[in-house]
Design a protein around this ligand. Structure first.
Ligand code: PLP
Length: 750
């Protein structure tokens, strides 16, 4: 796609993988084109290949400081880890005596390849001893008292030289002492993947039995690695076959990979015309990057001590930003970083930072920036400038407070979320008044920042009911409200207006030319209310129904303060007031549907449909509702579900585009509109010149409201990877927009 502001990529995710060094790539290419022989062949082509392989092994041994022991090429560190664990456990099994209580130890912050492989081989070999994680302290250092206590009964101990998420290094000399004083015979594997090229390794001076390494973490290609095995350590082949690698690891050797490693080893050994940046220089780069990060995000917190981590890793968190948000922002600024964490079913968090006992928010917001010794001054400078640019885009959109950046004014409805809970902010641009509905604690700071940076006058902070699954953060926003405002327990001001509507009198708040009307709608809880935003002609714009009507479900009515009888009445009342096409904004959205209408709910929710058609007695409704709620506990996820989902097989028609079909469509039919659905700060940093409209997910409901009568318009949605655009396209299609498409793979692949 034609991109605006398209900047070259700054790759700061070297702990995940690196590009291949140009000289290494050239050597690999040569090994594919010229020195392509099979090292096992006895002809000249084979002998040349073998010579290259042995030259690489010799350089590798020199680098690791080893004269004895095995140096075996592998496909990468995961294979090295299997080789080490299999070898150690096969030997350990023969030592096992029934009278002893054995265990296997590994560091709590180890790469998942280690505990998973331990579990696998412990079970497969029928050893079945306890596998215990060695705790780490808040600085990520292994607990040596724990090792002292547990290692005497350990068959194997696995530690890592340098952590991949934080760069924290362990004190190998200290570990050596603690392990050997307490158990001279335990097999010790030290995962050295992230240490290569970043710390000095003198393996023969240690009692480490196994040390796996990987090529792709240091400018060699993926699919090649190596392992050092001490001469006294037991060995079992992990791959048997044609007897390559002196019978230790079969399979025709990956010569192109070795040729690349050879170049990298030579550079590290100082035997090459090429050079890597020195450790001192890398320290300077890191300090520069940290400086620019702190300028950009003044509240930033570092998640590791700099003095005990390698200079190529920075792991940080920014308060009130999830790691996904920062990653999306940086990706838009063309800086590649990693969230430094694994994605679990619900929240993204880092098990490494959790193990270090850091606060939950730090773990959920962690970002890892990592680089390697090929980093240059120019690249570092560019990265710093780009970080400032990214922060500036956030400030313009009021997500980061700055008194120097001019902000873009807000108008209408914004949806903010935390997990599946939704919070709504409605602002009126002419009066600069704002109302918040169902505030969430996780969003307090963000809401405060938007209110003050947009200079809004907050006139009410409302809850639709007392929430069972989360705390309202209303109290934390009180200082933003007019002083001495008296309210009821859900935040409704006592001095509200009255408003007559369909021959009843309701309480209302004026906001611009609209009114927010409070309608008691008990059922889900006895205090449930709906807030309905109506215009001067009493036409409903948005209905904030809390958990009374959820997308695909009705709020549960099996709490102690629930009443399905009352809900029956409330549903009829809501229908009478808002009609079938007003947008319903619920306080939960379990399936990324954003908003709904009574019309679309009636189409898929027969229970609701029957109530609104008047076909169901109150008793029958209560019975069917009780049945529906009884399925609630079956639902997964650990959070309190506020409604039982009506599972309906909806076939939604979304057209999928690739770059060429997109260009064809846009060139030949001017009626198509390309909409970028990323957040405004991402859009501001980089977007396709063809995407003239930005409708972020937070403004999707407003977009639906504004285009409710244009459902046949032809829209194609685009985002970074194609996942947000698909979700938004599905939501629009469900609401009856019948010409919706999205760009598969997003900007990333097109
Ligand atoms: N150990 C550590 C510390 C790592 O960072 C990685 C890679 O992410 C591995 C092991 C696995 O390495 P490979 O990708 O070569 O299998």
């Amino acid at each position: 796609m034609t991109k605006n502001n398209m900047l070259s990529q700054i790759y700061l995710d070297s702990n995940a993988t690196t590009r291949v060094h140009p000289a290494a790539a050239e050597a690999s290419f040569d090994a594919m084109e010229q020195t392509f022989g099979n090292p096992s062949s006895s002809h000249i082509t084979g002998l040349r290949a073998k010579s290259l392989m042995e030259k690489t092994r010799a350089s590798g041994k020199k680098l690791l400081g080893i004269t004895n022991g095995k140096f075996i090429f592998t496909s990468g560190a995961t294979e090295g880890i299997q080789t080490a664990i299999l070898s150690a456990l096969v030997a350990a099994k023969s030592r096992i005596q029934d009278t002893q209580n054995y265990c296997i130890l590994y560091g709590a912050t180890e790469h998942k390849a280690v505990p998973e492989s331990l579990k696998h081989w412990n079970q497969l070999l029928g050893i079945n001893v306890e596998i215990k994680a060695i705790p780490v302290d808040e600085n990520g250092k292994l607990d040596v008292d724990f090792i002292t206590k547990e290692v005497p009964r350990a068959l194997m101990i696995c530690t890592m030289a340098v952590n991949n998420e934080t760069g924290i290094f362990q004190d190998i000399t200290l570990l050596d002492q603690v392990i050997r004083v307490n158990n001279p015979n335990v097999f010790w594997m030290a995962d050295c993947v992230q240490a290569l090229g970043k710390t000095n390794l003198n393996l023969e001076k240690t009692s480490i039995d196994y040390a796996p390494f990987s090529g792709h973490k240091l400018y060699a290609p993926k699919g090649v690695g190596f392992i050092y095995i001490k001469d006294t350590a037991p060995f079992t082949s992990f791959i048997a076959g044609g007897g390559q690698e002196s019978g230790l690891r079969s399979g025709t050797e990956n010569l192109p990979g070795m040729a690349a490693l050879n170049v990298i080893f030579d550079i590290l050994n100082g035997d090459s015309e090429h050079q890597f940046a020195s450790i001192d220089t890398l320290h300077q780069y890191r300090l520069k990057l940290i400086d620019s990060l702190k300028n950009a995000f003044p509240n930033l917190v570092l998640n590791h001590p700099l003095e005990s981590s390698v200079p190529t890793t920075i792991n940080f968190s920014v308060p009130n930003f999830s790691s996904k948000e920062i990653m999306d922002l940086f990706d838009a600024a063309n800086i590649r970083v990693s969230s430094g964490s694994a994605c679990s079913s619900k929240v993204t968090r880092s098990f490494v930072l959790d193990a270090m006992g850091l606060p939950a928010w730090q773990s959920e917001s962690a970002i890892r920036m990592s680089f390697g010794p090929m980093m240059t001054e120019h690249e570092c400078q560019q990265a710093c400038e780009r970080i400032a640019l990214a922060a500036n885009a956030l400030s313009k959109n009021c997500l980061l407070y700055s008194n120097t950046v001019k902000t873009l004014p807000l108008d209408g409805l914004i949806e903010l979320r935390s997990g599946s809970s939704c919070c709504w902010l409605y602002t009126d641009i002419s009066t600069k008044k704002a109302i918040i509905i169902d505030p969430l604690p996780e969003l307090t700071e963000r809401l405060k920042s938007i209110i003050s940076c947009q200079q809004l006058e907050l006139i009410a902070v409302l809850d639709t009911h007392g929430h069972a699954d989360h705390e309202s953060s209303r109290n934390h926003l009180l200082e933003q409200l007019p002083e001495n405002q008296l309210t009821d327990h859900l935040g409704w001001p006592e001095n509200a207006l009255t408003h007559s509507w369909l021959s009843e009198v309701y309480s209302a708040i004026q906001i611009g030319s609209n009114k927010l009307v409070k309608v008691p709608t008990p059922g889900h809880t006895d205090d449930s209310v709906s807030y309905i935003l109506i215009d001067a002609h009493t036409s409903c714009k948005y209905a904030f129904c809390g958990d009374t009507i959820l997308m695909g479900s009705l709020g549960r009515t099996n709490f102690s303060s629930s009443s399905s009888k009352a809900m029956h009445k409330s549903l009829t009342k809501i229908d009478k007031l808002i009609g079938k096409d007003c947008l319903i904004c619920s306080s939960h959205d379990y399936h990324n549907e954003f908003t709904t209408t009574l019309r679309s709910e009636c189409n898929r929710n027969s229970l609701l449909n029957s109530v609104l058609l008047g076909n169901l007695t109150v008793e029958d409704f209560c019975q069917r509702k009780a049945q529906l709620d009884s399925h609630l506990d079956d639902q997964q996820g650990g959070e309190i579900q506020c409604g039982a989902y009506v599972d309906i097989d909806e076939s939604l028609h979304i057209r999928e585009y690739d770059n060429s079909s997109l260009q064809d469509t846009l060139n030949h039919d001017k009626n198509y509109t390309l909409i970028d659905i990323r957040e405004p700060h991402e859009y501001a940093l980089q977007h396709s010149t063809q995407a003239k409209i930005n409708v972020p997910m937070t403004r999707l409901v407003q977009f639906v409201a504004d285009h409710i009568n244009e459902k046949s318009n032809q829209y194609i949605l685009v985002c970074r990877s194609g996942s947000r655009s698909l979700v938004a396209a599905q939501a629009l299609a469900r609401l009856g927009f019948n010409n919706i498409g999205h760009l598969q793979g997003g900007y990333a692949l097109n």
